[in-house]
Design a protein around this ligand. Structure first.
Ligand SMILES: [Fe+2]
Length: 132
């Protein structure tokens, strides 16, 4: 079970909400039983794709407005996750059990992106200036 950590909040509802959704979905996937696994996984993929596309667009617009040098890499990480979610959806519809792969993907994305790249890359410019 993964818990939302308020100390990880970026103070940007769009981004914090996405991280909370990833945590909720990971916990649902982890606790789903065999009877509900496929339905829980399909609902999870739909919720994640709908929500994260909007979040990623907002983040990338912010980075573009800042003329951030990390925009390309940040966008690449977003697209890699969306590509994986899409591939898992195709596999699920073909009858494969993708719950474990989706769960591992989300935990890795939480660790490497939502709690690592996002806090670093999305820091307001004034924070960057203060850190320099
Ligand atoms: Fe991001």
């Amino acid at each position: 079970m993964i818990a939302w950590d308020a100390e990880k909040s970026l103070g940007w509802d769009m981004v914090d909400g996405g991280q909370q959704l990833v945590i909720e979905v990971a916990n649902r996937l982890n606790s789903a039983d065999a009877a509900t696994c496929a339905a829980v996984t399909e609902a999870a993929l739909e919720a994640l794709e709908a929500r994260l596309v909007r979040q990623f667009q907002a983040e990338e617009s912010f980075l573009a407005a800042q003329r951030s040098p990390v925009l390309a890499e940040h966008r690449k990480q977003h697209q890699a996750l969306l590509n994986t979610l899409s591939a898992l959806r195709v596999a699920l519809r073909a009858g494969h059990d993708v719950r474990s792969r989706l769960l591992m993907t989300l935990v890795a994305f939480l660790r490497t992106h939502l709690r690592s790249a996002d806090p670093t890359d999305l820091a307001p410019p004034e924070q960057c200036a203060r850190a320099a």
